[in-house]
Ligand binder design. Structure first.
Ligand code: PGA
Length: 253
């Protein structure tokens, strides 16, 4: 069944020490305040993964994820990190296809499809990001644009693989801007993503897949977004950098 997931994307923020403190705060507060059926994921800079995973190890609510990984198994790829490396730190998730990776590192749908397959083959859960620019939305092409991203990167997975993927819908115009999609805009896209999984796979596969919303989610707007029938959680950037804000979002579920 669809898991409730609140994932924090720290992006390129926090020194090791700051990251360790943040992770400890989240683990401690979550133990008392976050409902048992809400899963928290801390997606930290790669260099912090091992240290943060050793802090979250004792928690049954908090897991760790990377923000990216290579589509190659291993080899001469200076500066990259492999799926095996991510896994060996104790992390269990990996964000793939974040719009900042697509934009600044020219990641393509085909390359992301390879990354998703490799992550799944290693037992990592991909948090696959999709979402349109403002221009695409204003032209009325947002649904077809996102559908194309899913088709090109995910829809050649087997049903068994597909149901292990987590999808994050992150409209680019809402990321880090303070502008959030309205509940209707979020629900429309989440439903269309789920419908497209139903038509390419089946209702039972679609019923397994969590679809998270990302883009300026914060304590003040989380409750109404998370109340939408096809929203199964959030991918939180800015508001995940403060333990209190991150936990308040999880509590509003
Ligand atoms: P934001 O980032 O919450 O700061 O808008 C979300 C994301 O990029 O995952």
């Amino acid at each position: 069944m669809r898991k409730k997931i609140i994932a924090g994307n720290w992006k390129m923020n926090k020194t090791l020490e700051e990251g360790q403190s943040l992770a400890s705060e989240v683990v401690n507060i979550a133990a008392d305040e976050v409902a048992a059926d809400v899963n928290l994921v801390l997606c930290t800079p790669a260099i912090h993964l091992g240290a943060v995973a050793s802090i979250t190890k004792s928690s049954d609510k908090v897991s760790v994820g990377a923000q990216n990984m290579s589509e190659h198994e291993s080899g001469a790829y200076t500066g990259d990190i492999s799926a095996d490396m991510v896994l060996s730190t104790g992390a269990s998730y990996v964000i793939l296809g974040h719009s900042e990776r697509r934009e600044y590192h020219n990641e393509t749908n085909a390359q992301l499809g390879d990354k998703v397959k490799l992550a799944l083959s290693k037992g990592l859960t991909p948090l696959f990001c999709c979402g349109e620019t403002l221009e695409t939305r204003e032209a009325g092409n947002h649904v077809s644009f996102v559908n194309e991203q899913l088709k090109d990167s995910l829809f050649d997975l087997s049903a068994e693989e597909m149901q292990k993927v987590v999808i994050a819908y992150e409209p680019i115009w809402a990321i880090g801007t303070g502008v959030t999609a309205s509940t209707d805009q979020a629900q429309e896209m989440h439903k269309s993503i789920r419908d497209s999984i139903v038509s390419n796979y089946s209702q039972s596969v679609a019923d397994e897949i969590s679809i998270l919303y990302g883009g300026s989610m914060k304590p003040a707007n989380a409750q109404e977004l998370l109340a939408q029938p096809d929203v199964d959680g959030g991918l939180i950037g800015g508001a995940s950098l403060k333990s209190r804000d991150f936990i308040e979002i999880a509590k509003s579920y």
